[in-house]
Design a protein. Structure first.
Length: 107
């Protein structure tokens, strides 16, 4: 169950990074709403990470959490923020995913 919680925490990490990216491109009420989304996502991500590491080793859980957040943020950036989807970016994201899976496999 704590692996599921950790995955959800990683997705909220992507959410807070995405909200921050959207907030920098907006003004007024829309900006404030993206900042509110950032705060909610950040809070949920941290609370869920703290819950997950009660039983999971921090040396594995933290890299998995950041890996999910990094991959999710890159994908969201490509899909919604017009960031480039170059071969090099995709290659290194695949390497990052392989490293996270490797950490879980040797745990």
């Amino acid at each position: 169950m704590n692996w599921f919680i950790l995955i959800i925490a990683g997705l909220f990490e992507s959410g807070f990074a995405f909200c921050l990216g959207k907030a920098k491109a907006t003004v007024g009420t829309e900006h404030h709403l993206w900042i509110a989304g950032f705060i909610v996502s950040l809070t949920l991500s941290m609370v869920l990470l703290a819950k997950a590491v009660q039983t999971l080793p921090i040396g594995t859980a933290y890299p998995v959490w950041t890996g999910i957040g990094a991959v999710g943020t890159v994908v969201l950036g490509i899909l919604f923020l017009d960031e480039p989807a170059s071969f090099a970016r995709i290659f290194f994201i695949v390497i990052l995913i392989a490293a996270v899976i490797g950490l879980k496999a040797v745990d």
